[in-house]
Design a protein around this ligand. Structure first.
Ligand SMILES: [Zn+2]
Length: 202
């Protein structure tokens, strides 16, 4: 987001902090992880201590990688929840969180704490769910961010700019897990929200 004299101000009540938050938000297959890895490599080249994290559904964490759809990789760890992110981040200057949408509302407070400690935080994630609703916590984090990178893909129906992730198979929980067999990018005209009541966000 722009800042400085004359720039539009957000109405969000945002306490000042010494850190920096960059949010990378978009639909499936829009290059979010590619963007995240590029920023991590920049930070590494400048000698900063980086930590990359992705979500883990169960309660352990272990070595893993951020992996893009074209198979680029970056060493990462898995965290089951936002509290674990704070613990793992203690020795890092730059924390990159992929799949931010899986961490729910708790990621907002965890991110605020890291920013108050002066850390740089990157969060990549999906900002609209399969029902077409804002996908907490990505829109909230975008409102707090120093920089927002909105990624988009090509709509598989019409070739237009896609901002939505079309679910191709039924879903029973608010968990957007799955690859090309479960989702495809769609524009706002071609997107068909999942029917029925959506589950409450975490
Ligand atoms: Zn379309």
């Amino acid at each position: 987001m722009q800042s400085g004299p004359g720039a539009p101000q957000t109405v969000q009540d945002r306490s000042p902090h010494p850190g920096r938050l960059v949010v990378i938000a978009g639909c499936m297959f829009s290059g979010k992880t590619t963007c995240l890895i590029a920023r991590l490599r920049d930070a590494q080249r400048s000698g900063r201590r980086v930590l990359a994290l992705k979500h883990r559904i169960d309660d352990r964490y272990d070595a893993a990688h951020l992996v893009t759809h074209d198979e680029d990789r970056f060493d990462a760890q898995r965290a089951p929840d936002a509290a674990t992110i704070q613990r793992l981040a203690a020795d890092a200057d730059v924390i990159a969180i992929d799949e931010g949408h899986f961490f729910g509302r708790a990621l907002i407070d965890a991110t605020s704490t890291l920013l108050a400690e002066g850390k740089t935080v990157f969060v990549a994630g999906i900002d609209n769910d399969a029902w077409g609703r804002p996908f907490t916590p990505m829109p909230e984090l975008a409102a707090m961010a120093d920089e927002v990178i909105a990624t988009s893909a090509r709509c598989t129906k019409c070739g237009g700019e896609a901002r939505y992730s079309q679910r191709l198979v039924p879903v029973h929980e608010n968990f957007m897990v799955g690859g090309a067999d479960c989702y495809e990018p769609r524009c706002g005209r071609c997107f068909e929200p999942l029917p029925g009541p959506a589950p409450e966000p975490a």
